[in-house]
Design a protein around this ligand. Sequence first.
Ligand code: NAP
Length: 283
Amino acid sequence: MEALPTHVLNDDHSLPSVGFGTYPLVGEQGTAAVRSALEAGYRLVDSAVNYENEGVVGRGVREFLAASGLDRSEVTVQTKLPGRHHDYERAIASGYESLARLGLDRIDVLLIHWPNPSRGLYLEAWRALVELRERGVARSIGVSNFPARLLREIIADTGVTPAVNQVEMHPLFPQEELRAAHADLGIVTQAWSPLGKRQAPFEAPAVADAAARCGVSPAQVILRWHVQLGSVPLPKSATPERQVANLALGSFSLDEEEMRAISALARPDGRLFGGDPETHEEM
Ligand SMILES: NC(=O)c1ccc[n+]([C@@H]2O[C@H](COP(=O)([O-])OP(=O)(O)OC[C@H]3O[C@@H](n4cnc5c(N)ncnc54)[C@H](OP(=O)(O)O)[C@@H]3O)[C@@H](O)[C@H]2O)c1
């Protein structure tokens, strides 16, 4: 099986090509799901203050590292600052709180969850993440749900470019323009809801035909499409078999025509719930 490419971030740290989504995994089942995902081979785990699961994510990671004997540096743990913590001092404190809940030596990747433009505090939040990186609370910093204009604004303000932007992306909403902006700026794209929360067009001929040709599932075709586009999908699954399948993307590849056909499933209104970050806000 071909090894999937690793991304080198603009701060020279590296990022696996597929990550594990953890919303809404909580409690004992959450820890078990994180552990089984790590046992299946995931090396990037996505969390957020607002998922209320940093505690069990951190526990799952610690248990896995203890049982496997792997070095802490093998696993990248990512979390996100919520909208209600954008104020500079609050954001600094929030980073320390996340670190304590994770129970790890550092947050590997810390993101601003949503920009909430009408509140006007995303610049403060970004300055706080820069400071948290300086202090070693976070190793790498980035954002989520930032349109290109806001990326440019925080870069101009601080001189610091986010390492990643985690955005909604699936075949109905492939984010072509934003990915081009990321390529210009040196930002890695992470894809949330990469399977469209199971609403992705699994049965569309573009997906189903490629799945039949490659002898894989439609979900695997869609995840491979993400990887070939250079984005990092973060599929969530509570099911160990699906966790394994969602990572088994190295034994087949999509040809150019298949890639084009899947991207052509895009729709102008393809977002899952109208979550346009210029207007949609989450606290
Ligand atoms: N930054 C943000 O604003 C934001 C927003 C949304 C999500 N996220 C992150 O992105 C992650 C992924 O997004 P998501 O959870 O919304 O959606 P998703 O990963 O696209 O879809 C998850 C759903 O698909 C099912 N599934 C997983 N693998 C499958 C397979 N091989 N075949 C069929 N169904 C499959 C899962 O069910 P089972 O669990 O039963 O397998 C679950 O119902 C989240 O967990 C979270 O970490 C971030």
